[in-house]
Design a protein around this ligand. Structure first.
Ligand code: NAD
Ligand code: GLY
Length: 367
């Protein structure tokens, strides 16, 4: 074990031949070359990133990779969700081809979820799949999108419509990168973190309540716990149900409502985590109405969401439109919406369909 490695947390995602490590540490980016070398891929590697992230961390990663003997080419895509597209994928295929990437070459995603999903999609499809490495630099990407192998691009008819399950060979998360993340993006990532407490781990939820000031202040010890606990929970869920036949759906707690809030506001008003925060309160409200969840616990959830500066209401939307929009979600199965509802903090249940009158009542109170 190297000196750098002893200072890191390592979580293994156990998926047979597709197993991989998640490394989490503080200020570890300059050591990435040696970790990529262990994967025994070929000498060529394409780094996919955007100008924002490249300006902050690109040179460190390039120096480390070239120092470890890799021949690096860059696949740079403009910053923004609108570039998570088939057009961007084609540009990256061209760059990979022009630089002679073959089946043993790797693609490394350096950035947030947009870069990770796009680079992963290209890695999954270029020459029927080449090694893929995730270097997530947003909180959302470190706690959620870099783990679990969902890769995708958007289509004009819907988000993440064209995609695959394709696991990375390694996730390498440097929490130091969160210091440059815009505060709104950090808070949005916290919605996914709070989600893990509700769906799986009551102690973690307690920790977030107690340590929220240190977490907001990016204290390394607390942030490491935030990222590592989130990744451990996601890893356990994905190991159990990689392709979302059942259990993995619990990761969508708050998302069914959240996707509607995003879609009905044209993906302009909320960043994803904000919509998820409001959606978790909607789901908790439905659970209280169905007698599955206590009002006291719903209030705890609402307070925690507030402590992290996330929104609780979706002003201006019509409950009827929200319910209608949930039927268009790609997660809807055979015309039934599956709701992930809390039973207590630390445990959720999948409930197939809920009466519209309950939904309208809960949503009306939140508008
Ligand atoms: P993002 O990738 O757009 O990043 C947000 C912004 O932060 C961007 O402007 C980016 O350039 C900038 N940025 C990234 N790292 C930075 C840093 N360290 N310092 C300063 N700025 C930085 O957004 P996101 O929230 O990371 O990801 C959202 C995407 O993730 C969506 O496309 C969503 O569909 C996807 N997603 C995928 C999964 C999955 O399981 N694959 C799960 C959740 C979300
Ligand atoms: N973000 C949900 C999932 O990975 O399944």
């Amino acid at each position: 074990m190297t000196g750098l490695e002893t200072s890191m947390k390592t979580i293994e995602v156990v998926l047979g031949e597709k197993s991989y490590p998640i490394y989490i540490g503080n200020n570890i980016l300059s050591g990435i070359g040696e970790f990529v070398k262990r994967l025994q891929t070929g000498p060529k590697i394409m780094v996919v990133t955007n100008p924002t992230v490249f300006g902050l961390y690109g040179q460190t990663v390039l120096d480390s990779l070239t120092g470890a003997g890799f021949e690096v080419c860059m696949g740079e895509i403009p910053d923004g969700e609108e570039y998570k597209s088939l057009e961007s994928a084609k540009l990256l295929y061209d760059t990979a081809f022009d630089n002679g990437l073959d089946r043993n070459s790797a693609i490394l995603a350096l950035g947030g979820g947009v870069i990770g999903d796009l680079a992963g999609f290209v890695a999954a499809t270029y020459m029927r799949g080449i090694p893929f490495i995730q270097v997530p630099t947003t909180l959302l990407a470190q706690v959620d999108s870099s783990v679990g192998g969902k890769v995708a691009v958007n289509h004009p008819k819907g988000k993440n419509i064209i995609g695959a399950f394709y696991q990375p060979k390694m996730v390498y998360a440097d929490i130091n990168t969160l210091n440059t993340l815009p505060e709104r993006e950090f808070r949005a990532g916290m919605a996914e973190v709070i989600k893990y407490g509700v769906i799986w781990d009551r102690d973690f939820f307690d920790f977030l309540e107690q340590e929220y000031l240190a977490v907001i202040g990016l204290a390394p010890h607390q942030i490491t716990r935030v990222v590592s606990t989130s990744c451990s929970i996601k890893a356990r869920v994905v190991e159990e149900d990689e392709t979302e036949q059942n259990l993995r759906a619990i990761l969508n707690f708050g998302h069914t409502f959240g996707h509607s809030f995003e879609a009905l506001t044209g993906y302009k008003k909320y960043v994803h985590g904000e919509a998820v925060a409001i959606g978790m309160i909607s789901a908790a409200g439905v659970a209280v109405k169905l007698g599955m969840f206590s009002n006291t616990e719903k209030t705890r959830l609402q307070n925690l969401i507030r402590l992290f500066g996330l929104p609780e209401k979706f002003g201006g939307l019509n409950p009827v439109d929200i319910v209608e929009s949930m039927y268009h979600d790609k997660k809807t199965l055979a015309g039934k919406v599956r709701y992930i509802l809390p039973e207590t903090i630390g445990r959720v249940r999948i409930v197939a369909d809920v009466s519209h009158s309950v939904l309208y009542e809960v949503l009306a109170a939140q508008s």
